[in-house]
Design a protein around this ligand. Structure first.
Ligand SMILES: Nc1ncnc2c1ncn2[C@@H]1O[C@H](COP(=O)(O)OP(=O)(O)O)[C@@H](O)[C@H]1O
Ligand SMILES: [Mg+2]
Length: 227
């Protein structure tokens, strides 16, 4: 099992109505190589859940185990290294650096790698993925010179450059038109199949979600399995 989310709860203080529970006793187990989609209305806590899984946020209660290791108690230094190596993030916006080329953006996560073999592997992987998804020709261009779909595909390559075990995608097609949205989804599921990266995809798009191995609805702070 790559991910074991055990009974997590998270509330936010709200001055109008006291604490508001966003996640309450939520659990999720994910096997290596699986694809899981999470759907739910806006405000239901999908981003909060993904951020906790990706260790960008902390649960009030419960634990997150990654390959059996409790990451909820890692130090900030351990977390930074863990995230860089093991977790790939893709958001609704691509968050590429506008002053850097696509290639520089994609290879950004390889900069902190100290092990020279790992670093070489990651650089190679980033370059191969750019070729595979058809934006190698554009590698010396800057994000502002490319379409939203191309930038988002580059963001996926950046997320995978270091060969993470887990790819977390938070409404990655939300800012794309229908055609590019379809292409990006295709890419995510293909990489899940061929690279073996475990995929957790948050989406509004039920058709897209249906392509995942398992689909959950986030409702009342918990995940409910959809048939
Ligand atoms: N940092 C925060 N401080 C206070 N409330 C927050 C914070 N982040 C999220 N929330 C609230 O938690 C709820 C869930 O938000 P979110 O996880 O972003 O939902 P979703 O991604 O499903 O739209 C919302 O009501 C949101 O307003
Ligand atoms: Mg969200």
């Amino acid at each position: 099992m790559i991910l074991n989310v055990e009974n997590i709860s998270k509330s936010y203080a709200s001055h109008r109505s006291g604490d508001r529970a966003v996640l309450s006793g939520l659990s999720l187990q994910v096997e290596e190589g699986e694809s899981v989609a999470i759907v739910g209305p806006s405000g239901s806590g999908k981003t909060t859940l993904l951020n906790i899984i990706g260790t960008l946020d902390h649960p009030d209660e419960g634990r997150v185990l990654f390959k059996g290791k409790d990451v909820t108690h890692f130090s900030s230094r351990q977390l930074a290294a863990f995230r860089n190596r093991e977790i790939g993030f893709v958001f609704q916006q691509h968050h590429l650096f506008p002053q850097c080329t696509l290639l520089e953006n994609v290879l950004m996560p390889t900069i902190p790698l100290k092990d020279s073999r790992l670093k070489a592997e990651s650089i190679h992987r980033g370059q191969e993925l750019l070729k595979r998804i058809g934006i190698w020709e554009q590698r010396h261009q800057k994000p502002g010179e490319l379409s939203g779909g191309e930038c988002q595909r580059a963001a996926v390559v950046r997320a995978l450059a270091n060969g993470p075990g887990l790819l977390l995608a938070d409404e990655p097609t939300g800012a794309l038109d229908q055609k590019n949205s379809g292409l990006l989804a295709e890419l995510l599921f293909e990489l899940n199949r061929t690279e073996g990266v475990t995929l957790i995809l948050v989406t509004h798009d039920l058709r897209l979600a249906a392509r995942a191995g398992r689909v959950f609805l986030l409702e009342n702070g918990r995940l409910v399995r959809r048939p």
